[in-house]
Design a protein around this ligand. Structure first.
Ligand SMILES: O=C(O)[C@@H](CO)O[C@H]1O[C@H](CO)[C@@H](O)[C@H](O)[C@@H]1O
Length: 475
């Protein structure tokens, strides 16, 4: 894939016009007739980008459930934590008030102990499993899950605050959200790092956001499957099973939920009793970056003591990150806290220390070289797993496919370390995937084909907040 200057060379099939059907899971190329912006003076070369932006806007609008955005119809009918924080970046390009509201709705479900849950079940839905009655009980369904997800929200709040046009609104909302963000970040320090190592634990693959990552194969295999009640997966009614986690993984996902439920998700107990406990690169890199942004906000808001408290977390985490670096592999790796071993799998999360800004210049150079090698192996990057690994699966969820949100994070990191050409290359790949194959949950890196849920909110948000700015000859 050539660098971004080639963004104006748009694949012919992407010009095809197709109707926008929110429920049409099969439509790969979705360009909206009637929605095409025909403003005079706009260069024809940008028509595909305009179409993508219009489609992205329609996706967010269609997936809006009144203040919060579902990731995709049917497949994910509730509010997800890191999805919403990323989707708010997209909303900000359309309506700043709506972007802040997305975060407010998420934090309205914050627990007393500070946890911000991974799913908020605002309204009942029959299309997802496990829903509120599994997280709670049939008699007493819960309004949220009892686990969390990578804490993107502080990163979003800083962006909305810094880049927002309505400064008065930004100041008011940032002030309101700041104590809530702080409570969540403190929860990570205490509930998930009780021994003060500097790095936090992830207790369920769903918390990592990269549910069936090959990095979890070994630690998940060590989770015994309990005699859990029989269940029917609903995800397989929406998406081909070849694109989803396997049954043996789901049995363990559910086992963990039932074990956590048995202690009422008490955060002082879960860390010690969970048979799955890893140091996840994605969660820790996102948290590190989010702490930098929270510290920035603290200074803006005159909260100097809090800024010092965050400095302490950041300093400790900075040192601890080095224990996750495998110099021989030129990659960062997640760790199994229960065995103390680094997990062998090289996944795209291994590049996220760039997004965190925690890698040294030398480590960044190794990561850039590894990334280039990966990109040379596939048609479109970034694959979520080492494309040279024997068990690379280009279609199966977090075991190979490309995810636009991860591309955004890694691109942001590459730029910060001066790898502009590589950043442009990833941007160009992402743009081409979306233009040629529609706005999907993820993409096959070998063929480029769209996979998973269609008309997907966080991919649409990345189009609005990131690619719209990147896809110009200026890059
Ligand atoms: O498969 C699922 O049922 C959910 C469980 O949380 O995870 C996927 O879907 C969620 C909604 O998009 C994402 O937040 C996760 O990262 C993951 O890709």
């Amino acid at each position: 894939m050539a660098p971004v200057a080639c963004l104006t060379t748009v694949p012919a099939e992407a010009q095809a016009h197709q109707s926008f059907h929110a429920n049409d899971a099969a439509s790969a190329v979705v360009v909206i007739p009637g929605a095409i912006n025909t403003d005079k003076g706009v260069n024809d070369e940008y028509e595909p980008l305009k179409n993508l932006l219009e489609l992205s806007k329609q996706i967010l609008t269609e997936n809006d459930r009144g203040g919060y955005t579902i990731p995709a119809k049917g497949l994910y009918p509730y509010q997800w934590n890191w999805d919403s924080a990323l989707v708010a970046l997209g909303w900000a390009t359309l309506d700043e008030g709506r972007a802040w509201q997305e975060l407010e709705m998420l934090f309205s479900a914050q627990w007393e102990d500070g946890l911000v849950p991974h799913i908020v079940f605002h309204k009942p839905s029959p299309t997802y499993f496990p829903g509120p009655e599994i997280w709670g009980s049939v008699e007493q369904p819960m309004g949220t899950t009892g686990i969390t997800q990578p804490p993107v929200a502080a990163i979003t709040v800083r962006k909305l605050y810094e880049e927002g046009v309505n400064k008065e609104l930004a100041m008011q909302k940032a002030k309101e959200l700041f104590p809530k963000l702080l409570a969540w970040h403190r929860w990570f320090q205490t509930a998930r790092d009780p021994h003060g190592t500097g790095l936090v634990a992830t207790l369920h693959p769903w918390e990592s956001g990269m549910d069936n990552s090959p990095a979890w194969d070994e630690p998940l295999h060590n989770v015994p499957v309990d005699p859990i009640p029989p269940y029917v997966r609903k995800d397989l009614g929406h998406v081909d099973s070849a694109m989803r986690p396997k049954q043996e993984e789901y049995d363990r996902f559910l086992t963990l939920v039932y074990r956590f439920r048995a202690v009422n998700y008490d955060c002082t107990k879960l860390y010690f009793l969970s048979p799955f406990r890893v140091t996840d690169l994605c969660t820790n890199a996102v948290l590190y970056r989010a702490n930098l942004d929270l510290r920035w906000l603290a200074t803006e808001l005159g909260e100097n003591e809090i800024a010092e408290e965050i400095d302490g977390w950041v300093e400790k985490a900075h040192k601890a990150f080095d224990t996750l670096y495998d110099a021989k592999a030129g990659m960062y790796k997640s760790k199994d806290q229960l065995t103390g071993k680094l997990l062998a799998a090289k996944t795209s999360a291994g590049f996220l220390p760039l997004f965190a800004r925690v890698a040294s210049a030398e480590q960044a150079a190794s990561l850039a070289a590894t990334l280039e090698r990966w990109l040379d192996c596939v048609k479109s990057g970034i694959p979520s797993y080492d494309p040279e690994a024997a068990n690379f699966e280009p279609l199966r969820y977090w075991r190979g496919p490309v995810w636009a949100i991860i591309n955004w994070m890694i691109t942001d990191g590459l730029r910060a370390y001066g790898y502009e050409d590589l950043a442009c290359r990833v941007e160009a790949d992402t743009y081409e995937l979306l233009v040629s194959h529609g706005i999907s949950e993820y993409y096959n890196p070998v063929t480029g084909a769209a996979a998973g849920g269609k008309l997907f909110s966080w991919t649409a948000a990345m189009c609005l907040a990131w690619l719209s700015k990147a896809a110009t000859p200026a890059c």
